[in-house]
Every structure is written in C-alpha cells, then in structure tokens.
Design a protein around this ligand. Structure first.
Ligand SMILES: C[S@@+](CC[C@H](N)C(=O)[O-])C[C@H]1O[C@@H](n2cnc3c(N)ncnc32)[C@H](O)[C@@H]1O
Length: 344
C-alpha cells in the first residue's frame, strides 16, 4: 500500500441510516408544508407545482413495498424496471454536501443542485440546503431515516421518468453513502449508468471536516471504520478494529454511538485500549460545521466514559491517533515522517 493511501473499509453498501430513528441526527420530521404522499412513504414538497402522487411516473405496480418507518430488518423491494418508463431518461447525480452548512459545500455541489429539477434526500440534509436551492427546485422528496433503498429508488425512478435528479447526502457520496446503492439499483432495474448520465459530485467527508477542527491528526495512513452493524455484522467490525489498531493506522470512527449501539462503542473502546496506550489522543468532533458543533481532544483512556454523554452520538466522528500522535497547543499532531529525513 502506498504510504499516502487513505483506506476506507466497509464502504461499499453502507448507507446514511442506521435505522435507529430515535437517534437521528437532529430528530428529523417529515417536511410539513405542501407535503404529499409519495410511493415510498416519504414526503414530497413541490415548490413550483403541487402534485399528489410521486413524481416518478412509473406504473402503480412499481411502488416500492417498504418505506420510512420500516424496521431495519424489513426488506425494501425494488419495484419498477426500465421497461416501465416511456420518457427519455433525465440525469441522476449523487451529490455530497460536505459537513452540513452551505459554507462547507463545494461550488460544484451547489451548481449540481441548482441544475437539478428534483432533489431527493434524508430530511435532515434537505433542511441543511441553502434556501435558494430548495426554492429553485421543482420538487423535493425527503424521507426520515430508514428509507434509504426506497428513497434511492425514488430518485432513480424520477430520473428514468425524464427528470434531472440530485440525490444528496452528507460528506461524500462514496463514504458510507448512497452512490454504490444507486448504481446497484440502476443495474437491478435493467437500466445503465450511462443511460442516466450518472455522476458523482464529491463532498468533504466527515473524517476530513472533523480532522480540520482538531489540527492535523490524519496526515499518515488512515483507516475509516463504521460501528454501524446495520449492514456489516459486529464480529467483522471487531476484527477490522483489531487489525487496524494493531497495525498502527490513525483511525476515523464513523457512527460511533447510538442507544441501540452502546455495546459496539464499548467493544470498540476495549479493542482500541488493547492495542493502544491509554494516553493516545482522540479527537471527538460532534456536528462539524453545524450550529451544534462541539470539539474535544481526549485521552483514549477517557473515551469509554464519554459514550453516555451527548458529545458522542450519530453525528460524531472519532479520530484516534497512532503511536506517534501527540497534542501540542490544543491541536492533535500526527508527524508525517519528515523529521526522519530533515532537520527542523
Ligand atoms: C452514514 S455516515 C455518512 C458519512 C458521509 N457520507 C461522509 O462522507 O462523511 C454518517 C456518519 O458520518 C459522520 N458524520 C456525518 N456528518 C458529520 C458531522 N458534521 N460531524 C461529525 N461527524 C459527522 C458521523 O460519524 C455519522 O454517524
């Protein structure tokens, strides 16, 4: 592996939700005004037109059987196939919003959203969009947690029906997010990525937004691990934690805690302390770039006790230093290694 690689494990299909709605990032409520039913059980907010039905234009039989509020174990079936649509397809773009506030969005993301006729996303992220974008969109379809498959299918169906659609998520669409799921569903419908001119607009991932808040913790080989056992089982997560902690990577831990995931956090702390000194610095960043941002640098030994505080929840990312990481002037510093070759 190149020394500059930043490896993200467990990323292929893990999506925004952990289906633990009570722990949603900011207790999302379905959009209230002008809300109308859509086939996936979410809400659709028409800003220029008001439609009662889903805008996907597929036949009734295409309805996804499940939607928001489905239990995490409930299967979300994919409905309509490419043959159910007569229109020339529109475009489907997966857009990463970065950490949250508009200031953290790239110009390319803003342009992609401004160009989209329909915007589809998790309610919390729709609420983070700048007003000029939501006001300009023809239609916005949002769902609370636990509707990733139906929400992604809705976005695809709308694009197959001839609309230019942006499906949004926090951070980057390739980090525990929906870009992979979108391609899988497009394929399962018998459509192709090229047919939809499928594109991904990158955003700043949480690990990087959070790293920026605590100094320079991730400048060397880093592995990301999600503690969500919604799509990856806990024994696999544990074995990845052991391997990563043992090998001395800096570690970005996503989805660190939820009421349903207490034991995962406790197990994670136990594994880290098995391989790392209890004085290892850990950056704890809650809601980077948002109004309720909180930042602390703690010793690894203090981490287990923070699990029951509101500093660590589903909007927190943990950055665990490697054996060389130290704290200087309230910043985490992970040496890049130049000191072994240069005098400074
Ligand atoms: C399903 S993952 C989505 C990751 C996202 N695609 C990215 O690139 O950052 C959700 C997890 O990302 C992390 N996260 C997302 N936004 C964050 C923020 N503003 N501050 C800290 N962590 C955040 C949290 O660990 C959260 O549990």
């Amino acid at each position: 592996m190149s020394t500059d690689d930043t490896t993200t494990t467990d990323a292929s299909t893990e999506t925004e939700s952990n289906c633990d709605a009570s722990e949603a990032e900011s207790a999302p409520e379905a959009a209230a005004e002008a809300s109308t039913e859509s086939k996936c059980g979410g809400s659709t907010t028409a800003t220029q037109e008001t439609g009662g039905e889903s805008k996907c234009g597929a036949s009734a039989s295409s309805s996804s059987s499940s939607g928001c509020g489905a239990s995490s174990d409930e299967e979300e079936d994919v409905g309509a196939t490419v043959d159910d649509f007569d229109a020339d397809p529109g475009q489907l773009v997966a857009v990463g919003l970065g950490p949250g506030q508009p200031a953290g969005m790239t110009d390319r993301a803003k342009t992609a959203l401004a160009d989209a006729e329909h915007i589809v996303g998790y309610t919390t992220y729709v609420e983070l969009l700048p007003d000029e974008i939501t006001e300009a969109a023809e239609d916005i379809y949002d769902t609370p947690m636990c509707g990733e498959v139906s929400r992604t299918e809705e976005a695809i169906d709308r694009a197959l029906a001839g609309n230019d659609v942006a499906i949004i998520g926090s951070g980057d669409p390739n980090v525990y997010a929906l870009a992979g799921l979108a391609l899988e569903i497009v394929e399962s419908k018998g459509a192709t990525a090229s047919m939809l001119d499928f594109d991904v607009v990158p955003g700043v991932p949480a690990a990087q937004s959070c790293a920026a808040r605590v100094g320079a913790p991730l400048v060397n080989d880093t592995v990301s691990i999600s503690l969500s056992d919604h799509l990856t089982d806990m024994p696999t997560i544990e074995s990845r934690l052991h391997a990563t902690a043992k090998e001395g990577f800096t570690i970005a831990i996503y989805n660190p805690w939820s009421r349903k995931r207490r034991e995962n956090f406790e197990k994670c702390c136990e594994i880290l302390l098995e391989h790392r000194d209890s004085g290892t610095p850990v950056g704890v960043v809650h809601a980077a770039g948002r109004e309720d941002e909180r930042v602390e640098i703690v010793d690894l030994g203090e981490l287990p006790d923070l699990g029951e505080t509101d500093l660590i929840d589903m909007t927190t990312t943990l950055l665990v230093g490697n054996e060389d990481t130290y704290v200087w002037d309230d910043r985490m510093v992970t040496p890049r290694g130049y000191e072994t070759k240069y005098d400074y």
